[in-house]
Write a protein that binds this ligand. Structure first.
Ligand SMILES: Cc1ncc(C[n+]2csc(CCOP(=O)(O)OP(=O)(O)O)c2C)c(N)n1
Ligand SMILES: [Mg+2]
Length: 748
């Protein structure tokens, strides 16, 4: 472990005295520039604090005390070449990379022209696409896994440069452009030796995602620099109450493949030297680096915090003695790099620039309220579009002459669709728990094993066909699966990842709620992360019990920005999965485990271009008496109930399979209810606050005049799915429950 604790004075001595041209590689000009960025950063904070007190801006987060390490990182790395996942104290870094003070003030006032977010995200949440500074959220630590994925994505593109090409639109026989996909709209850039920077505070190193990211980075020898800016506090919690033993460096020191630096992050020269070594280690492809920078926090955590409540004056004075801005100023004077006049001149220039920037920013207009839903989804590729995403099955195209193509299971067709899409699009990578055929590739090569390909075997054979760079096992860490995939997708790859059981999706919830679906909206379309998360969901397993039977789709349909698909049969699964892969939005693709190998809904493979648009329901059974709206594994059960009701009572049920839950097909529901005047919503999840509640509420609200009966629901009991099959039967909605509810509604 290389440990550097260099005072500017010592760095100078090491360079041979006053006449030395450089200071650990920094020229005198660079040092002046460094001071300018540091001073600018501090003064922007001061101006913003004033503006906040004057109620001209709405939030302030300062980078005070963190300026030297930020400038050092900015000088050691290359904007628009390397990639950056900074955190809110990285103002000086962003200035060094090329962000303008005016742009920062635009964000503070929430202006439409704010390049980071158009007034959607708080100040100090950086996003500068041309500099490769990736949009930032507010949860501490959720950027770290994405940074790992970003670096992995860059490396993949360097290894597969053809994947980055935008495919020509093939013309069909009439000369019309062939099907578009997300690649038409995603500019992809990569460099062979690019490095990804990610920073976090000392407190944030307690987050589980930090450790998942460290593990993934070490495992993959990924080119990421983790920069922990340790100011000794997480709001009011001191480092010794936060980090076991009080030193994050000590805790991480046994991760393999890393280069470690521990440095005085208030010293720009030492910080730069540490960063240079870290960058070199990464660029040369040796693995990740970890820079632990000791900094100070001269202002309170934020303007909502008063640090005098938990830090005595003596401690604050001790910090102030290490203030990086005044320290660097003293250093420049002492070294004769700038004299008093030079300092005064520089500072005046900065003050004038900031004054002009503030004046202009205060004039800037906010975005129009009509724009608030813009960029929740891709503005250029609409997955509900029939002209792009509706194609007919090409059944039997690949079956021998005269032979009826065999009906395949949903599992077979998902596997075949993945295979054909991977052939078509080299940007697709597949990873998750157990999805590879065999991580120890030599076993496959020597034909000692056949390979696993997923606990449900949905990805079987894909590693053997496409190689371990494209299909691989991840560590058992769901947040890492989604977070890394999000970083890769931000770079233009199309990860199609698997969450083994819906019941275990929850560690990824931060990524799924606060990151993936919001990236496009919060960056005002500056970044996007279209990808597919396949999840095995649902019960009716006879022994699946509490933790292998869960539904819970409404948790995700409640999230704007996330498409949610839930097919009930093999053909729809193939068509919808292809749309999910080719579209430009993040998609949660829910695969019902019970349906994977059911006899119901088998179909021959519909060919490599078969697609079903999102938001288009299917009428599984036409009828005139009542409308039943459902999806997933309830579809075959509701169908049985409807057939029985027709047989026994002559009641004609119109059974609608939604297929896609967000967006959902309101037109088909409304047209059906207008005809039948009775609606039943059926779903496998627990009754209360479930997905059907929204559908029922909309029908009651918008179709009230057409109803001859109350809107009814059939769903699971408000409890957990039990192991004992008798209990499972009582808990989940059964054919008889559906039959009785339909009958009662028809008779109402
Ligand atoms: C996941 C999450 N939990 C809590 C918060 C509230 N919060 C914001 S900053 C912060 C402290 C962060 O401390 P540290 O990581 O040391 O960074 P520093 O602010 O000291 O630079 C907390 C608890 C949050 N934003 N995200
Ligand atoms: Mg801290």
């Amino acid at each position: 472990m290389a440990t550097t604790k260099t005072d500017p004075k010592l760095a100078l001595a090491a360079n041979g005295g006053k006449k030395a041209k450089t200071y650990d590689g920094l020229t005198r000009d660079q040092l002046v520039r460094a001071y300018r960025y540091m001073f600018t950063s501090r003064r922007i904070d001061d101006r913003e604090i004033l503006l906040k007190r004057q109620q001209k801006i709405y939030f302030q987060m300062s980078g005070a005390g963190h300026e030297a390490i930020g400038v050092a990182a900015g000088l050691a790395l290359k904007p628009g070449y390397d990639w950056f996942y900074p955190y809110y104290r990285d103002r000086a870094l962003c200035l060094t990379l090329g962000a303008k003070p005016y742009e920062m003030f635009l964000q503070a006032v929430g202006a439409a022209e704010d390049p980071s977010s158009g007034g959607r995200q708080m100040p100090s949440h950086w996003s500068y696409p041309s500099l490769h500074v990736v949009t930032q959220s507010s949860p501490t630590g959720s950027q770290i896994l994405q940074a790992v994925g970003c670096a992995e994505g860059g490396r993949y593109l360097a290894q597969h440069p053809k994947a980055a090409e935008i495919p020509a639109l093939s013309n069909d026989k009439n000369g019309a452009p062939g099907p578009a996909d997300y690649r038409q709209f995603k500019h992809v850039a990569f460099r062979d030796d690019e490095v990804t920077y990610v920073s976090l505070g000392d407190g944030t190193s307690s987050e589980g995602e930090f450790w998942e990211a460290m593990n993934a980075a070490a495992l993959g020898k990924v080119r990421v620099i983790f920069c922990v800016q340790d100011n000794g506090y997480a709001i009011s919690v001191p480092v010794e109450a936060q980090t076991a033993g009080g030193s994050i460096s000590r805790l991480v020191s046994s991760f393999p493949n890393f280069h470690f630096e521990e440095v005085d992050g208030t010293d720009p020269v030492a910080s730069y030297a540490a960063f240079q070594r870290a960058v070199r280690h990464c660029r040369e492809g040796n693995g990740p680096a970890f820079v632990h920078a000791h900094v100070i926090r001269p202002y309170s955590h934020s303007l909502s915090d008063d640090e005098r409540l938990y830090r005595p004056e003596s401690e604050r004075e001790r910090d102030a003695a290490r203030d990086p801005v005044s320290r660097t100023q003293m250093f420049l004077l002492r070294e004769g790099i700038l004299d008093e006049k030079g300092i005064t001149q520089l500072e005046k220039e900065v003050e004038d620039e900031l004054q002009a920037a503030v004046d202009r920013a205060l004039e800037a207009l906010p975005a129009a309220p009509e724009t608030i839903t813009k960029y929740i989804y891709s503005p250029v590729l609409d997955p509900t579009s029939s002209s792009i995403f509706e194609t007919q099955p090409a059944v039997g195209a690949d079956s021998p002459e005269g032979k009826k193509p065999a009906a395949k299971t949903m599992a077979d067709l998902i596997n075949a669709t993945l295979r054909d899409e991977m052939k078509r699009d080299e940007r697709i990578v597949i990873f998750g728990e157990d999805v590879a055929d065999c991580s120890r590739e030599e076993y496959l090569k020597r034909k000692l094993v056949k390979g696993k390909g997923g606990v449900f075997k949905l990805t079987f054979g894909l590693q053997c066909e496409f190689g371990a760079e494209r299909v691989f096992n991840s560590p058992l860490a769901e947040a890492a699966i989604v977070g890394r995939a999000t970083g890769m997708a931000t770079r233009g790859l199309k990860p199609v990842v698997e969450i083994q059981f819906f019941d275990y999706i929850w560690p990824a919830m931060m990524q799924l709620r606060d990151e993936l679906p919001i990236i496009r909206w919060r960056s005002n379309n500056g970044f996007s992360a279209p990808l597919v998360i396949r999840v095995a969901i649902g019960g009716y397993l006879t022994g699946g019990a509490i933790y292998h039977s869960q539904c819970g789709e409404s948790v995700f349909t409640h999230i704007p920005g996330l498409r949610v698909v839930f097919p009930s049969n093999a053909l729809d699964a193939a068509g919808l999965l292809r749309t999910a892969i080719r579209c430009d939005d993040p998609v949660l693709f829910l695969e019902h485990k019970r349906l994977y190998r059911e006899t119901y809904g088998r179909a021959p493979y519909p060919g490599p271009e078969y697609m079903v648009p999102f938001g288009k329901a299917k009428i599984v059974h036409p009828g005139t008496d009542i409308t039943v709206i459902t999806y997933g594994a309830v579809v075959p059960r509701a169908l049985q109930a409807a057939q029985k009701l027709e047989r026994e009572q002559g009641v004609k049920v119109e059974l609608i399979d939604l297929r896609c839950l967000n967006p959902f097909d309101w037109e088909t529901i409304a047209a059906s209810v207008a005809k039948t005047n009775r609606a039943l919503v059926a779903y496998e999840d627990t009754l209360s606050w479930g997905y059907g509640a929204e559908i029922a509420a909309r029908i009651a609200d918008q179709l009230f005049d057409q109803l001859d009966a109350p809107v009814r629901r059939v769903a699971a009991k408000d409890t957990f799915v039990a192991y004992q099959p008798i209990l499972e039967d009582a808990i989940l909605p059964q054919v008889n429950d559906l039959f009785l509810a339909m009958k009662e509604l028809a008779e109402y």
